[in-house]
Design a protein around this ligand. Structure first.
Ligand SMILES: Nc1ncnc2c1ncn2[C@@H]1O[C@H](COP(=O)(O)OP(=O)(O)OP(=O)(O)O)[C@@H](O)[C@H]1O
Ligand SMILES: [Mg+2]
Length: 322
């Protein structure tokens, strides 16, 4: 497909696989376990799920910061799974990452100017001061900030610097890993608005990783829901919000406040802990906490299948809600 910016196919990422010995492999953390995922031009895809579901790992594989254990990563139609070093540069430029904690992801000893210059240099380019100032202005900062250091900024401003750094190489897709969860609620909205403005101005696409479904709801055109290393549901944002098919999605959404005054959603409280990703349950990974689970759910792992009459909305469930 020409408009596919990112195409992940059957991605697995297992941690702690040392050597080829079978008993070590049995201990591996299956952080991402067979995920296929596509982002097309113009989309903002919200990637949601509880802590430990594998969102950050998937984001890092997508940006080639991590090598997948198995599967294929395509960026702009080019297979980059095995590409590394110098050859990776031109493709990697297209997909940039924005990290959760701007404090930790910016080097405290580097001035903003140096921080913004680094990605250019990695591409073999020496930026002009005008280019750097333009970048700062794009994210609502200005020339006077070039010589300052990260500790001189507020959390929201630091995240703006992180975004400017990602924009420096003119990417087409930004993968933002919880870009606002370290910020105050009032600042969160400003940063989300900035991302939306940049989308309109620069024609960017996004993958937006978030715990908070309310955050994703504001901006996402499509939603993918992760549980224990797999995507259990995906589809157009409005459909997933209004008609969740997977019981896990329903449970997640039931915890989100409803915008209309007076409206209430039945709250579904999930019981039990998330199972360990070292040995996930057989069949549906969610069955041990699911309020609908029956015997059939333990039989075979399901793939995502179209939900009632829609070919965009998909869920992996034996007993979907719709
Ligand atoms: N480098 C690593 N080595 C070993 N295990 C890891 C590593 N990175 C992540 N994991 C494990 O992989 C699983 C998925 O982690 P990941 O950080 O991708 O989840 P997440 O959905 O981003 O969670 P959170 O919402 O808390 O950020 C977790 O069980 C985690 O402990
Ligand atoms: Mg994470």
């Amino acid at each position: 497909m020409p408009d596919e910016l990112l195409h992940l196919e059957n991605i697995k990422k297992y941690f702690g696989l040392r050597g080829g010995v079978p008993w070590r492999q049995a201990q591996a953390v299956k952080a991402v376990d067979d995920v296929s995922f596509v982002v097309r031009k113009g989309e903002t895809v919200g990637l949601v799920g509880e802590s430990g579901s594998g969102k950050s790992t998937l984001a890092r594989v997508a940006t080639r910061l991590l090598d997948p254990t198995a599967g294929r990563v395509e960026i702009g139609g080019v297979d980059v799974t095995k590409v590394s070093g110098r050859k990776l540069r031109p493709v990697r430029r297209k997909v940039q990452m924005v990290f959760q904690d701007p404090q930790a992801s910016l080097n405290p000893r580097q001035s903003v100017g140096t921080i913004l210059t680094t990605p250019f240099r990695a591409q073999g380019i020496r930026p002009t001061k005008i280019q750097l100032v333009e970048l700062l202005e794009q994210v609502g900062l200005s020339a006077e900030h070039l010589d300052r250091y990260p500790h001189e900024f507020s959390g929201g401003q630091r995240q703006r610097i992180g975004i400017a750094r990602a924009l420096s190489v003119q990417p087409e897709l930004l993968v933002c890993d919880e870009p606002v969860s370290a910020l105050d609620v009032s600042i969160q909205a400003q940063v989300l608005n900035l991302l939306a403005d940049l989308r309109d101005e620069l024609g960017l696409s996004y993958v937006l990783v978030a715990h908070d479904l309310a955050v994703v709801r504001q901006v996402a055109s499509r939603i993918a829901v992760m549980y224990l290393g797999t995507i259990v549901e995906e589809g157009p944002a409005a459909e997933v919000y209004d008609h969740p098919a997977h019981p896990y999605t329903r449970a997640l959404l039931s915890a989100v406040p409803v915008p209309e005054p007076g409206a209430v959603r039945d709250r579904i409280v999930l019981t039990g802990d998330v199972p360990t990703p070292i040995s996930p349950p057989s069949g549906c990974p969610f069955r041990t906490r699911c309020y609908k689970a029956e015997d059939i759910c333990s039989t075979k792992r399901l793939v995502l299948e179209a939900v009632a009459g829609s070919n965009e909305h998909k869920a992996a469930c034996y007993l979907p809600e719709i």
